[in-house]
Ligand binder design. Structure first.
Ligand SMILES: Cc1cc2nc3c(=O)[nH]c(=O)nc-3n(C[C@H](O)[C@H](O)[C@H](O)COP(=O)(O)O)c2cc1C
Length: 184
């Protein structure tokens, strides 16, 4: 029997997106965002409230989005519970930023996969952006130069228990596992 689950929306799983920006003085910042996803083929959306990050994105119209990992969990959570308005979070966490080659936004050594994004639109709910590039550490790439999630150690956000979970092993092949039923 199904039972009603009370409380706020439990949308699962959620990503752990690390938004990287520069402020007006070129100080890099990172914030944690779970309410985001793919919007179109090469576009993303993020539900964004008022933060230092939001101000920085309005200023530069460019930002990066990295995917948090098990190895960066503590710092990635920290970037979601303190504001760059009060402290240089990057310095405090001991992270290392270098400017993206394509946009005016920082890429962080500590995250293995980073999207380079250009703002398309801000609306009442958040932002929509074009992804104009992706950079990744060689250590997470396969022989074809594509990202191998088995090597990346990414985490997701679990809103049922307010925790982070490591993304697990491959469970099946998309766009083909269902063929066994389709072709019956
Ligand atoms: C797990 C987690 C998920 C979060 N998701 C979002 C989100 O999707 N959108 C948002 O506006 N804030 C989100 N936040 C809050 C911001 O990360 C937080 O307010 C942060 O301090 C903003 O940093 P900044 O002021 O340096 O930009 C999240 C925080 C955590 C810990």
């Amino acid at each position: 029997m199904k039972k009603e689950v009370r409380g706020h929306l439990k949308f699962m799983p959620q990503p752990v997106l690390m938004i990287g920006t520069y402020d007006e003085n070129g100080i890099p910042n990172l914030m944690n965002a779970a309410w985001g996803g793919q919007y179109d083929y090469d576009m993303i959306f993020i539900a964004l409230a008022e933060h230092k990050t939001t101000d920085n994105i309005r200023l530069k119209k460019e930002f990066t989005v990295a995917f948090a990992t098990k190895d960066t969990l503590t710092a990635s959570d920290y970037f979601g519970i303190e504001s760059g308005k009060k402290v240089n979070k990057i310095e405090k966490a001991g992270f290392h930023a270098r400017k993206s080659e394509k946009i005016d936004a920082p890429v962080f050594d500590e995250y293995p996969v980073t999207l380079e994004c250009r703002l398309v639109e801000e609306n009442d709910y958040g932002i929509i952006a074009d992804v104009i590039g992706t950079v990744a550490d060689e250590s997470v790439l396969n022989e074809e130069g594509q990202i191998d999630l088995d090597k990346a150690g990414l985490i997701s956000f679990d809103p049922t228990s307010n925790s982070y979970r490591v993304i697990g092993e491959k469970a099946g092949a998309a766009f083909s596992a269902g063929l066994t039923i389709k072709n019956k």
